[in-house]
Write a protein that binds this ligand. Structure first.
Ligand code: COI
Length: 370
């Protein structure tokens, strides 16, 4: 594989990365002219190109950017049967200088490979993940929406491709990156219900990995909650259904007596959210105390009843900051006037300001594409 080096600037820093020789085949006709990028729904439209690479006989090969297209698959393909499939969610924005920037892509790269390890899959080398993403976005950079709260959602995904029905780790895998211009994930504050029947993750399980099964396994509980008028469930632990984990597919924050409290990572049952980490740093910079610890639903109910629980919000790449207007536990509705929220909108504005280049980027989170 031909590798050469290139220099590029990220804010004021000069980084050197390996730049890979990727075969690029451009589309003959862009679909962009058929799409209005304003008020675009989440995840329905895809850009002109995709990145594809194959893992075979212990090495990555066939690294290629090509027109977005369907895949050919064998009915016995292992991922369909045994679920070795992981993914990431990352966002690219257009900066004030008109250039494309990706938000904290190295954090997602590291998490992707942590998920790969947990699912007994090969790691994807940095030059394929990072340089592939950079070259793909450079090619499709016209697809980055400029409208407020819009972005280009980046979806890296890897799955097993062996053709056989024996239960064992696959020997071959496919890695893809696809891009989707997108608007806000949630358009209104959420109503959520504490889940006490189904479980998303248990200690020793795969809760911290971004594997497809975590999302597939959550759908029944969410559909039942939807039928009762809720948008998402608040996941609880497997043994007691008391200890809080995540809200839907997001990390969750509670503001109790002015302190931001969020479930800790050490049990391995929740995703190590990149937005979660960004929010923690932003809150601390604003002088707000943050506690990462175990949180029991009884503590939340007591805090609500005493008037100390003032805000609940979810955080995630897709949703960014999603305020909660109702938390329902055993039929008791804890309601909130999200229009009065102070902390959730402040942290959301801070993040958006960094992403849009309205303020300095204090942690060099924005990775310049070209
Ligand atoms: C994300 O926030 O990026 C997610 O992965 C959540 C969902 C769209 C699957």
């Amino acid at each position: 594989m031909l590798v050469f080096f290139c220099f590029f600037a990220v804010q004021n820093y000069l980084f050197m990365i390996e730049s890979m020789d990727i075969l690029i085949t451009k589309t003959e006709r862009s679909k962009l002219q058929d799409i209005n990028l304003e008020n675009i729904p989440f995840g329905r439209y895809f850009t002109d190109h995709m990145l594809e690479a194959d893992f075979e006989k212990g090495e990555w090969k066939n690294v290629e950017i090509k027109p977005y297209q369907p895949l050919l698959m064998d009915p016995s393909m292992a991922a369909l049967h045994y679920g070795q499939a992981i993914f990431e969610g990352i966002k690219a924005y257009r900066g004030k200088d008109g250039k494309a920037y990706i938000f904290r892509p190295y954090d997602n790269f590291r998490r992707f490979n942590a998920s790969a390890h947990r699912m007994n899959m090969p790691v994807v080398p940095e030059e394929i993940f990072m340089d592939g993403m950079r070259q793909l976005i450079k090619l499709d950079s016209n697809w980055i929406p400029s409208q407020k709260d819009h972005s280009l959602y980046i979806r890296p995904v890897m799955f097993s491709t062996d053709h056989m029905l024996g239960v064992r780790p696959s020997e071959s895998y496919k890695f893809l990156i696809i891009l989707s211009p997108t608007g806000p994930y949630f358009v209104k504050p959420m109503r959520i219900a504490v889940e006490e029947v189904y479980t998303r993750a248990a200690k020793g399980g795969v809760g911290y990995a971004k594997n497809a099964g975590n999302y597939g396994g959550s759908m029944l509980a969410t559909t039942i909650a939807n039928k009762k008028g809720f948008d998402q469930v608040l996941w609880t632990d497997a043994e007691e259904h008391k200890w809080l984990q995540e809200v839907g597919m997001m990390n969750v924050f509670f503001i109790i007596d002015g302190v931001a409290v969020t479930p800790s990572l050490e049990e391995g049952t929740i995703l190590e959210g990149v937005t979660r980490d960004s929010v923690i740093r932003g809150l601390q910079d604003m002088g707000i105390k943050v506690e990462e610890r175990k949180i029991n639903i009884d503590e939340i109910v007591a805090a609500y009843q005493s008037g100390k629980l003032t805000e609940i919000f979810g955080t995630g790449t897709a949703a960014v900051i999603a305020p909660v207007q109702e938390l329902n536990y055993q039929g008791i509705a804890m309601t909130f006037q999200t229009a009065d929220y102070k902390i959730a909108p402040s942290i959301r504005k801070w993040l958006n300001d960094i992403r849009e280049g309205n303020i300095a980027d204090p942690y060099q989170w924005m990775y310049k594409v070209n």
